[in-house]
Design a binder for this molecule. Sequence first.
Ligand code: UD1
Length: 372
Amino acid sequence: MRICTVVGARPQFVKAAAVSPALQSAGIQEVLVHTGQHYDRGLSQVFFDELGVPNPVTNLSVGSASHARQTGQIMERLEAFIQNSTPFDALLLYGDTNSTVAGALVSAKLQIPIAHVEAGLRSFDRTMPEEINRIVTDCLSQWLFAPTQTAVDNLRAEGLRQGTVRVGDVMLDVTRMFAKRARKRFPLSSITHHMPRKYALSTVHRPSNTDSPANLQAIFAALGCLPRPVIMPLHPRTRAKMQGIRVPGNVEIIEPISYMTMLVLIENACRLLTDSGGIQKEAYWLKTPCVTLRTDTEWPETCQHGWNSCVGTNPEAIVKAATTDPTGPQFPFGHAPRGTASGLIAEALTGRLGTGVEPHLSESGIAKQGNA
Ligand code: UD1
């Protein structure tokens, strides 16, 4: 079997770190295409180097642009690449970025089956570009690899049953693959002078926050009220919007960081405050309480017992959530019904997925597999 995987943005390189080796082990020939949506070294190459992701065979070099322009350019260049290649049996897509939806549209029109990893996630907020990208990609996909039962239920509610398989979360695979290595290779003292649990960590990059000076200022005002230093790796999108924003003295802005460095910083933080999707889960698996700087989440499972609170940008609500401890234990979430999510994806693609991985299997039915 020969598949083309399209990646373009930071979280997709991370997911490929688990899925690409699983595909290879299953005897699938994978051709990796980088759209060039992310191009700075700190947002792209560093992940390939650190996580051993296979080098893309081509980079479509689309760079930054408006949504329509970026999506359109990826479509045009990807179509040309596919048409000039030996035929593919499937196109594999991750998540919900413009690279994802562009890949889905091209593949559907070239009648190449689509495998969507992280299918079925919904924030139910169509002002988020990612929500539109997910809905379109799910509608066009033949394999819908859902990370959780909630995702399976969301797909069902939209009439998307065929091809849906709950495989678990590939990001849990990656966290497990790299957490131990990260602790050894990057001890906290090599990253920061702060002691474990004596600092908070924050990331902000959602357009709803960065493109609203009032929201961005409110977030920084809240961070300034926290009783701890706050480390903030800054996305270039946010950096570009910082003019006129007052940064409180306890907030330490740093450059974007690698995956393993981020794992270590998350694990040792007393709180994570973020508007990103993926790191809400990493915080949960690494047992760091999270405050989500949005009013919704694609990962409602993380909100059990206050491990994650979606509070938006109200400074009082942020400070209250950041200083309130979870009220109970965690429940397993995102685990594969057996083995790993990446392994099940490879099995499904090669048609070897047997019984025992039924979409209706509830999360509570999963044997606890230990922590990351
Ligand atoms: C994109 C995804 C988002 C994902 C995020 C991960 C979409 C619609 N959004 O958001 O879902 O969570 O990636 O980080 O696909 N820029 C640089 N250097 C780069 C890349 C971007 O400076 O290497 C700057 C540019 O000013 C650009 C801005 O960041 O305009 C936004 O980049 P873009 O890829 O459009 O969206 P992200 O905010 O990164």
